[in-house]
Design a protein around this ligand. Structure first.
Ligand code: B12
Ligand code: SF4
Length: 447
């Protein structure tokens, strides 16, 4: 059988370049491709990189869907359906909000493909495809399938050393997909030996763990970082802010090669944090958290969300001052976005606050709801303003890390990726994304 797996074109934000769309391959599709270990012919197409070849002969199509690409996924499905080829949609958005998807796709796969895809393919072969397949999360970490890393065309990407060590998150922040019904009970770690096997397959000295929360199960994390320490790799991951209460774990993470941590600070306002039930964040400990991480030679990518009900126009300046004062190495900001299926979405729908139901705008760079203490324009302008301020030359120098060994990575990311991304994009087109990624990796992590 010939199976085609598609990642639709993502919706870029005003500050994005092709460096973002070429950043990494889709682990979801590589995982699905590996479920049958070569029993079928699998073609993976990433629309961010190449045009979809609608003329290729295929038996069934699978599309991975995040909210921003829902509309595009439906368009792609229509073309295949007109040729009589069934289309299966799965992924985070489909899992969080399956109802609306039913009318656009032949099959809806809710949850992890490890539990739905084998049944879908079996039923398709027997001519008995159902409308909806569920993975009810009775799945163990050991059942998670390793992505088919051998299938990646590495020339096309900046970075391919990505590993997922878990699924889900133990927390349920109101704006996150983890607050959706289908994810409420999902949090699993993979067996340590499976993750180590992935590191060996990738065979590189720098790895990015792309879990929602690398310390969701601190006991697992401690055991894991102790196990990878002898491998001598360097790594980055995302963790929740309560790591401030786990300094021993942070010590072990630093010793095992941790270079940088992504943390959802979200807001400097305690009420805002409380109102979205981000209970693991204690704003009174934010500065200690930053200090403890920096003290261990680890850089921080701080994530903030703007437009929470306690935010107003002063929030942007306050946040910028804090970022610069605390020498935060990189910042990711978002406009609050009511992802369908989340608690925030349900509340906003109930209160009539959603102003735009066009999901292609749900990429955290558009105001799609009525903010409480700002106009939509003030929120949008503040979001653009803080990005420009954080990445102004003056503030890049002000935020420069004290440790000399971190400065190359710091300047490469801040200047080449963020500030002059368009020039870097041109260089990538000339000498390939892979080469630019490799040079940056070598220089940044002294590999
Ligand atoms: C890595 C990552 C990226 C990379 C993407 C690299 C790539 N080529 O895919 C980059 C940095 C480029 C990126 C960009 C964006 N991202 Co992003 N990203 C992630 C992250 C951290 C990991 C994704 C991943 O690989 N997971 C591991 C895989 C194996 O898990 P999975 O995708 O869930 O797949 C499993 C199941 O869902 C299912 N499945 C998935 N697809 C399919 C398809 C079929 C047919 C079937 C049967 C099953 C199935 O089976 C898979 C195997 O178990 C997630 C958070 C997360 N936990 O997933 C956010 C996440 C997916 N991103 C998100 C967002 C919002 C974005 C952006 C819009 C951000 C922005 N402001 O620009 C953009 C554009 C998104 C896009 N269209 O791709 C949201 C999506 C929210 C939503 N409701 O849809 C997430 C969930 C983050 C969050 N917590 O809010 N992202
Ligand atoms: S800690 Fe992060 S990943 Fe976990 S529920 Fe909250 S926002 Fe989502």
């Amino acid at each position: 059988m010939i199976i085609k797996l598609i990642q639709p074109k993502m919706m870029m934000r005003p500050m994005d370049t092709r460096l973002k769309t070429r950043m990494a391959p889709s682990l979801a599709l590589l995982t699905i491709a590996n479920i049958f270990h070569g029993d079928h012919t699998v073609i993976i197409e990433n629309e961010n990189i190449e045009k979809i070849n609608f003329n290729e002969v295929v038996d069934i199509v699978g599309i991975t869907v995040t909210v921003d690409v829902f509309h595009r996924a439906a368009e792609i499905a229509k073309v295949y359906q007109s040729k009589g080829i069934p289309v299966v949609a799965g992924g985070i958005h489909i899992t969080a909000f399956p109802e609306r998807a039913k009318e656009y796709f032949d099959v809806i796969a809710v949850g992890l493909a490890e539990k739905t895809w084998p049944n879908i393919i079996r039923d398709f072969e027997n001519g008995r495809l159902k409308k909806i397949y569920w993975c009810n999360h009775e799945i163990t970490g050991g059942e998670i399938v390793s992505p088919g890393y051998h299938l990646i065309d590495t020339k096309k990407y900046l970075y391919c050393n990505i590993i997922s060590t878990s699924r889900g998150c133990p927390f349920r922040c109101d704006f996150c997909y983890n607050s959706c019904e289908a994810y409420k009970t999902l949090y699993i770690n993979r067996p340590i030996e499976d993750v180590i096997a992935d590191i060996k397959t990738i065979g590189k000295k720098h790895i990015m763990f792309i879990d929602d929360n690398f310390i969701g199960n601190p006991k697992w994390t401690l055991e894991f970082v102790r196990a990878i320490r002898p491998m001598g790799i360097k790594w980055n991951a995302a963790v929740s802010a309560n790591i401030v209460d786990m300094l021993d774990l942070l010590d072990e993470m630093a010793i095992s090669g941790c270079e940088s941590l992504f943390i959802g600070f979200e807001s400097l306002n305690g009420n805002a944090i409380k109102n979205v039930h981000k209970n693991q964040n204690n704003i009174r400990k934010y500065e200690i958290l930053v200090e403890e991480i920096h003290k261990r030679g680890i850089m921080i990518n701080a994530s903030f969300v703007f437009g929470l009900d306690d935010d107003d126009v002063t929030t942007f300046q306050t946040t910028l001052d804090w970022i610069v004062k605390n020498k935060i190495e990189t910042v990711t900001s978002h406009i609050l976005t009511p992802y369908p299926g989340t608690k925030v979405y349900d509340e906003f729908v109930r209160d009539g606050r959603i102003t735009d139901f066009d999901f292609s705008k749900y990429n955290t760079a558009n105001v799609v709801f009525k903010p409480k203490n700002m106009t939509p324009e003030e929120l949008y302008n503040g979001y653009i303003w803080i990005y420009k301020q954080v990445y102004s030359t003056k503030n890049i120098f002000k935020r420069m890390p004290r440790a000399h060994k971190q400065r190359v990575a710091y300047f490469l990311f801040n200047f080449l990726y963020r500030k002059f991304g368009r020039a870097t994009e041109k260089l990538c087109e000339l000498i390939t994304y892979e080469k630019v990624g490799k040079i940056a990796e070598k220089l940044s992590y002294h590999l």
